[in-house]
Write a protein that binds this ligand. Sequence first.
Ligand code: FAD
Length: 358
Amino acid sequence: MESGGSKRRVVVVGGGIAGSILARSIQFNADLTLIDPKEYLEIKWAQLRSKVEPSFAERAVVNYRDFFSNGRIITSTAINITENEVLTADGQHIGYDYLVIATGHSDNVPVSKTERLHYYDAENQKIQSARSILIVGGGPSGVELAGEISTDFPDKKVTLVHKGPRLLEYIGPKASDKGLSLLRSKKVDVKLQQSVDLKSASDGSQLYRTSTGESIKADCHFLCTRVPLSTAWLNETILKTNLDKDGRLKVDEYLRVKGRSNIFAIGDITDVPELKLGHAAIHHAYLVAKNLKLLMGGGKESKMSVYKPGPEVAMVSLGRKHAVAQFPFATLGGRIPGLIKSGDMFVGRTRKHLGLEP
Ligand SMILES: Cc1cc2nc3c(=O)[nH]c(=O)nc-3n(C[C@H](O)[C@H](O)[C@H](O)COP(=O)(O)OP(=O)(O)OC[C@H]3O[C@@H](n4cnc5c(N)ncnc54)[C@H](O)[C@@H]3O)c2cc1C
């Protein structure tokens, strides 16, 4: 395990919120390498606001170097791991003493912050120039986008089509009902239990056919369906037997990959039974930072901190003033939860975790 230098080599694969907070937290305690195919962290829960207000992305897209100064950044994708190395798509072999996997969900996004900001300008242009908009998918992304567009552009006709029986299926039916009535109050036409044939409008007719035979007229569409977990790359690695049937990494109470003494996993990819949310990912990152500092300082494994999921709170924003919030004791919809999330979309709060001005 000794690397030759005085500090242990830690490799963090994935610079989403989990990997970023972890990297920032241990950068002065380890010989640290962060691997991600892009040069920035994107605060994901601000994405839909950035489509209606592109300047919002200036604060929500943060270059790694703004909060991670003491370590190496490799702008590439991890494609394999062995007992002591990570291999990247650009052919590098990076040795580790400790490895943290935080690859969350894979999204096809550009490499630089500048390109990402241009993407939001283009998305905004697409919204501005359309009179009618089709949103496909009624999970958090589709619902938040419908809320944003219908709030900022009330004259546009917004249709949301979802193939399941209710919106926001990852949380409870009360939250779904509140989300549905808020969207309907904003004149969004919500169609459940239908899917859309996107090819049907490729003839230029701007008519999208659904599985029930309806036709929806729309000048453009946004695809907001589920983004897959980024763990398929582990299928041919030493961790292939540690994946559960949903492709999540099985972890122990210290967030170590089960059966491994020096490999941790954090964020959405873990099999911890809890809602997969950013605030849980942040909690994982701080816990693993603490455990790594202990181990790297020669502490005993038995002294590591144990992860206990916190109370589950899920919030879905519906434009600048409204939201739906599911707390363990109640589900609320409207302006009160909107006061918590919908103004700044937790961007300032998240930036503070990174040691940045809100
Ligand atoms: C619309 C929406 C709204 C949300 N709202 C909230 C909210 O209000 N509150 C909340 O707490 N949570 C919210 N969430 C959930 C939250 O975004 C996720 O739980 C959180 O982003 C998970 O973080 P992560 O670091 O595990 O993974 P991700 O954010 O998915 O990051 C994974 C990182 O790994 C990188 N990566 C992937 N594969 C590889 C590879 N092979 N090699 C190297 N790097 C790789 C990716 O580029 C990415 O940077 C929301 C999500 C969405 C989509």
